[in-house]
Design a protein around this ligand. Structure first.
Ligand code: ZN
Length: 408
């Protein structure tokens, strides 16, 4: 009987046939003896996370896999990224992504990333907690030039435009309401006032004077974009009656975990880059099954390598992950192992594609099919058939004996 689930999601794992691999995908061409053994003991299928013909972003495809349809719960990337920075979001909060950039005295943008500044902690804390018209503006530093901003206080709307014009030499855009509501007008006014007030504080900071004196771009403006309201939604643990955690490297994926209320478990060497320590992540995931009955482990580099068009790199990284997968070959009988992806990322396109991705369920309680190779093409013959992201959690709940009976 399944008591625990380890769900491994390889970002952008699926791909198109690659001419230099004789028409095989990177996953087909990769030597994956460990995943092949796991596949032989699994129920396999193909999944279009958002449905056929939909080309998924990573955020909405993960939400779909975990049973949160985008129509109901996705209000933009702001709330998800901000959740990953350790801000406990509340219903009605409006969250933004932010960049620390450099402006001149006329608020013309000199550099959108303050010369790719590496650490912005002191700048973020200098403008954290400003109050405007009863609205508290919470600022948390992200990686490099990035930050997250939450407006809290009620009566707000996410229907406002971006301040970031996405180009140098242009003035900072005045944030405007995108509908006729009083809430949107108020939010736009608060955002504009917050950005001006924070500019005055940032520009006067000694750290920025020192940057200018050294010929560096000052971090004297926080450009906001991607407004999203935090929706009222059940946490993953409450929705499924599970105790969950996540082991993830990248900021967006920390955000997805935090957004769903999963505990974030740090792993040394989890960089979200091709040099990431996949073995350490798998090891920690297995260890966490002692404490949690649902562990989500995310592996990013399959996607980033394909976005660079690097089919060889993607194949080599899959082989590296396969070596680490030796750890997964003999999990206890009460552990359900899921290996899947959020979407395909085609090296040919250097972008996400709508093609479905493999999913496998490995446990003695599943009806094993005849698929024996870990690849897109082989999985088309699998017993799970052709499914969508929303079909994955019901499968988990069914195997755990937790699905509600319909009818008598
Ligand atoms: Zn992705």
């Amino acid at each position: 009987m399944v008591k625990k689930t380890l769900c491994i999601i390889f970002d952008g794992l699926g791909d198109r046939p690659i001419p230099q691999f004789g028409g095989q995908t990177p996953l087909e061409a990769a030597h994956t003896p460990n995943f092949d053994v796991i596949t032989e003991k699994s129920l396999c299928g193909l999944v279009s996370t958002l449905g056929r013909g939909m080309r998924p972003g990573s955020d909405v495809s993960h939400l779909a896999i975990f049973g949160y349809p985008m129509e109901k719960y996705y209000t933009g990337r702001g709330p998800i990224e901000v959740a990953g920075l350790g801000i406990q979001l509340q219903e009605g909060d409006v969250a933004f992504r932010g960049n620390f950039g450099s402006v001149d005295e006329n608020l013309n943008i000199l550099d959108r990333r303050a010369g790719r500044i590496r650490v912005v902690d002191e700048f973020a804390s200098a403008i954290d907690g400003i109050e405007i018209d009863g609205i508290r503006c919470i600022v948390k530093p992200g990686t490099a030039h990035r930050a997250g901003v939450v407006l809290r206080g009620g009566g707000l709307s996410a229907a406002v435009s971006d301040a970031d014009p996405h180009a140098e030499g242009l003035p900072v855009s005045e944030v405007a309401p995108l509908d006729d509501s009083a809430e949107a007008a108020r939010t736009a006014r608060v955002v504009n006032e917050f950005m001006r007030a924070s500019h005055r504080i940032l520009d006067a900071m000694e750290a920025n004077k020192a940057r200018k004196a050294a010929g560096q771009f000052p971090a004297n403006f926080l450009l906001l974009r991607g407004a999203g309201v935090y929706p009222s939604m059940p946490k993953f643990n409450d929705k499924y009656g599970l105790k969950s955690c996540c082991i993830v490297g990248g900021g967006l994926y920390k955000g997805i975990g935090a957004f769903l209320g999963m505990d974030l478990i740090p792993v040394e060497g989890a960089t979200a880059l091709p040099d990431t320590d996949v073995e350490a992540k798998f090891k920690k995931s297995i260890e966490m099954l002692d404490t949690y009955n649902f562990v989500f482990c995310h592996v990013k580099a399959t996607d980033s390598l394909a976005e660079d068009g690097d089919a060889e790199g993607k194949k080599a990284f899959i082989e590296k992950a396969d070596r680490a997968a030796a750890l997964l070959a003999n999990l206890p009988d009460d552990v359900l192992l899921i290996v899947t992806a959020d979407h395909s990322t085609a090296c040919e396109l250097k972008a996400h594609s709508a093609a479905p991705v493999p999913v496998l369920f490995c446990n003695p309680s599943v009806r094993v099919d005849s698929v024996a190779a870990f690849s897109e093409r082989a999985f088309a013959q699998g017993g799970f058939g052709y499914a969508e992201g929303k079909d994955i959690m019901p499968q988990v709940m069914n195997l755990m004996g937790k699905l509600h009976l319909i009818g008598a």
